[in-house]
Design a protein around this ligand. Structure first.
Ligand SMILES: Cc1cc2nc3c(=O)[nH]c(=O)nc-3n(C[C@H](O)[C@H](O)[C@H](O)COP(=O)(O)O)c2cc1C
Length: 139
């Protein structure tokens, strides 16, 4: 089992409907390929975790990497895992609003309001994973 976490940026004008369509298609394809995970969206920034068999995750990520709908695709963590964290989700989704952001960042000393929350989270891979788990369990 393998996990890969990355961030990217969608262009201005990328609509909510496009995101919904993308998620719908991703979920049915992920089911076929045994991929699970979560996608977080905030102000044009994406953060996604993909988990599954290593070959499947790497093949999917290659497709995602080449997708024109986003840019600055940047892997900030990948590695072997013993268990999935998102067993029941073909692709969970969270839109980060101000309330969620302050819940995630409260008490976090590294939090700088001038830095986007996704950027801040990815600066620390442990923090990135913790955010996904917090969002899975608490919101
Ligand atoms: C931000 C982002 C996240 C994506 N996540 C997934 C995903 O989890 N699963 C998936 O199958 N495709 C995902 N895609 C879409 C793929 O890049 C690609 O378009 C799709 O897998 C191609 O499917 P098709 O070959 O059946 O047309 C994502 C694309 C973007 C831009």
């Amino acid at each position: 089992m393998f996990e890969l976490l990355y961030t990217s940026v969608v262009p201005a004008g990328f609509s909510e409907q496009e995101l919904v369509d993308l998620l719908e298609k991703s979920r049915s394809k992920n089911k076929q390929h045994g991929i699970t995970g979560m996608l977080i969206y905030h102000n044009r920034e994406i953060m996604q975790i993909l988990e599954g068999n290593r070959g499947e995750v790497e093949a999917l990520f290659q497709t995602i990497f080449e997708d024109d709908r986003h840019k600055s695709v940047d892997v900030f963590y990948q590695g072997e895992i013993e268990h999935r964290s998102f067993t029941d989700w073909s692709m969970a989704f969270k839109l980060l609003d101000d309330k969620l952001i302050s819940a995630i960042t409260s008490g976090y000393e590294g939090h700088d309001k001038n830095i986007s929350p996704i950027h801040m989270i990815k600066n620390s891979p442990n923090r990135g994973m913790k955010t996904f788990i917090d969002l899975r369990d608490n919101f």
